[in-house]
Design a binder for this molecule. Structure first.
Ligand code: 2OP
Length: 219
């Protein structure tokens, strides 16, 4: 039976939960979308430039960009938004899916762009620690998803072949890349996105992780 490896941000943890705690203004959602898009863009741009900076640094720089772009969101919220991002909420379906997998006797892990400090904090704050057996940060390889070294990190740390890993991500590009790498992939298409035109093909698509336990049997 496969080991279940999950992407973190957007898949287990709701990246838009931070803004919802502090702002419900008309541009709050747009600011949060820009924050997330810029954060990811910085990971790809730095990687292409042969550079690496901690995901927390990129998260802060992306927030500065988003707050400058969306003037109606109060810039004074920055420290609160960063603190909330450090302790994001888990999606309710993530908690229940992990609980079911553990009850069924499966092993679970996280593979994420997040720094070790961010991942420790968010797992603790969301109280998912009992449901996750291992946490792997890209920091160990010094490069961001979707570089193959990241997916290899999970296989190496778990001591299994890529095709023995069931990888779940709501980030379509991450799901496609893991599939191209050779993992079994479930794309958790939370927001009803169109299929990507990228290498790889997720094996299954679900709208929520609540559908996951029914797709797998006991080990
Ligand atoms: C993660 O690696 C891509 O943000 C996503 O957690």
């Amino acid at each position: 039976m496969p080991l279940f490896v999950f992407d973190a941000y957007g898949t287990l943890f709701d990246v838009h939960a931070a803004i919802r705690r502090y702002s419900t203004g008309p541009d709050a959602d747009r600011m949060s979308e820009i924050w997330r898009a810029k954060q990811l863009e910085y990971t790809w741009t730095l990687t292409l430039a042969g550079c690496y900076a901690d995901f927390w640094i990129l998260t802060e720089r992306a927030l500065d960009f988003a707050l400058a772009r969306v003037q109606s969101v109060d810039k004074a919220l920055k420290p609160k938004l960063l603190d909330a991002y450090f302790k994001l909420d888990a999606f309710p379906d993530a908690r229940s899916a992990l609980g079911h997998l553990k009850q069924q006797g499966h092993k679970t892990a996280i593979l994420s762009n997040g720094s070790p400090a961010m991942l420790d904090a968010v797992v603790q704050a969301s109280r998912l620690g009992m449901l996750i057996d291992a946490v792997f940060s890209v920091e160990a390889v010094g490069i961001y998803k979707p570089h193959p070294k990241v997916y290899q990190l999970a296989a190496d740390r778990l001591g299994i072949a890529a095709n023995a890993i069931a990888f779940q991500s709501s980030n379509a590009w991450d799901a496609y890349a893991a599939s191209a790498f050779g993992m079994q992939v479930v794309w958790c298409n939370r927001y009803g996105q169109r299929p990507e035109r990228l290498p790889g093909k997720p094996d299954r698509m679900v709208r929520s992780l609540a559908e996951l336990p029914a797709l797998v049997g006991a080990p």
